[in-house]
Design a protein around this ligand. Structure first.
Ligand SMILES: Nc1ncnc2c1ncn2[C@@H]1O[C@H](COP(=O)(O)OP(=O)(O)OP(=O)(O)O)[C@@H](O)[C@H]1O
Length: 384
């Protein structure tokens, strides 16, 4: 696909009938609704295989998945740049029967790669508005507003080809957002941005979208971005949505071990369970046993425990009493300093557990090779 063709995904040449189509869209419940959508190539089947995926106006959805899971293909399909079979509605209209140029004008895709025309930064951003028929007198103000928001007004008269990777990325974000699209598709928007500016840019995208009621589908490998950004997340593996949940649920209650690894679950411990009178007896690989009274969807093979589920029983901080707490003894292998927290790796039997605790909860008694006591509430365990 040529650079120009791709750029046309967020700019296009028709200007009439936009208002009419926008009015039609405003009564729709979903900005996107996909059913049984499949993407195949000559050489590969099911690059994407989506049973059901719908997004409401204003929703902020993150897409997680390992390399090659189909995340970019999903965004390209939604942006009508990818042939597919199945049913897809955008703004309540069946994509196959609608004017795709007009539909595409209501969404914007920021590509993983920096795609800018060989012109000044100002002209790159302005062209998005010109192609959408925005009156000339509004263009300058809107271009400078978006450039200023993303910290690149000083680049306005620079040639796009002379920008650094991070500058180029910010200008691409400005190009994607300037037209106030109702659906923003962002493919790794923070890649190549420096660590200091990354959270600000992600937050500004979120504010920009929320102020305009735009829905956003954000693809990112950066978990911090996702935590700051999204309310809902989908996990994509081999082209399929394996979990679609509130972000908090996906992090705390991942549907399987693959997702638990993807979201950085600190402890995924092999386990067996035996039903007993009141619930289950859980036997972890490191010989820890505890009773669990919640529901478990069998079969299960592992117990997930987030690092922040642990308490440290230390001279400076004793474990608050909670009925059924499980206490474990182990040897400290490593202490990693973080801002306000400590990550402590503790060898218990054959397993090493990872606990994340506030810095104030541990004293000098916790040091390399020290024997310490850890505790967790079985309610915080999750089984996959
Ligand atoms: N036209 C095609 N023909 C064959 N395979 C393809 C085609 N397009 C994409 N793929 C394959 O489909 C898979 C999904 O690609 P995609 O770029 O969507 O992954 P991704 O999740 O965005 O990956 P990453 O995180 O690395 O960016 C990859 O294995 C890719 O090689």
């Amino acid at each position: 696909m040529s650079k120009i063709t791709r750029l046309k995904s967020f700019v296009n040449l028709e200007s009439s009938a936009v208002a009419q189509q926008q009015n039609l869209g405003s009564i729709n419940q979903y900005v996107l609704n996909m059913r049984q959508v499949k993407v195949n190539s000559k050489t590969r089947k099911n690059i994407l295989s989506i049973d059901n995926f719908a997004v409401r106006p204003g929703e902020l959805v993150a897409v997680l998945g390992p390399n090659g899971a189909g995340k970019s293909t999903l965004l390209r399909t939604i942006n009508m740049l990818q042939p597919y079979c199945g049913e897809m509605q955008l703004f309540g209209q069946d994509v196959r029967n609608a004017n795709q140029t007009l539909l595409r004008r209501r969404s914007a895709l920021v590509f993983q790669e920096t795609l800018l025309l060989d012109d000044t930064v100002f002209n790159n951003v302005a062209r998005v508005l010109q192609f959408r028929g925005v009156p000339k007198h509004q263009i300058k103000h809107r271009v400078y507003t978006v450039l200023e928001t993303f910290g690149c007004e000083h680049l306005a008269h620079r040639q796009a080809r002379a920008l650094s990777g991070g500058e180029g990325k910010r200008v691409c974000i400005a190009c994607g957002l300037v037209a106030d699209a109702e659906l923003l598709l962002l493919d790794e928007p923070s890649a190549s941005l420096d660590v200091a500016i990354r959270p600000q840019i992600i937050e500004k995208i979120r504010q920009w979208a929320q102020a305009r009621g735009a829905a956003v589908i954000l693809v990112s490998h950066n978990f911090t971005d996702i935590l700051h950004f999204a309310d809902r997340a989908i996990a994509l593996f081999d082209g399929c949505i394996v979990q679609d949940d509130k972000l908090e649920t996906l992090i705390r209650r991942p549907a399987n071990q693959q997702i638990a690894r993807l979201v950085g679950m600190d402890n995924i411990i092999k386990c067996q369970l035996q039903p007993n009178k009141h619930g289950y007896l859980i036997k972890l690989a490191n010989s820890i046993e505890f009773s669990y009274f919640g529901e478990v969807k069998t079969p299960i093979t592992a117990c997930c425990l987030s690092g922040d589920a642990f308490y440290i029983d230390d001279a400076s901080y004793s474990i608050p009493y909670q009925s059924g707490m499980v206490t474990i003894e182990g040897r400290v292998e490593r202490i990693v300093r973080g801002i306000g927290t400590r990550t402590i790796r503790v060898k218990v039997g054959e397993e090493t557990l990872t606990a994340r605790v506030p810095r104030s909860d541990i004293s000098d008694n916790v040091y390399h090779n020290a024997m310490i006591k850890l505790a967790f509430n079985p309610k915080d365990a999750h089984f996959v």
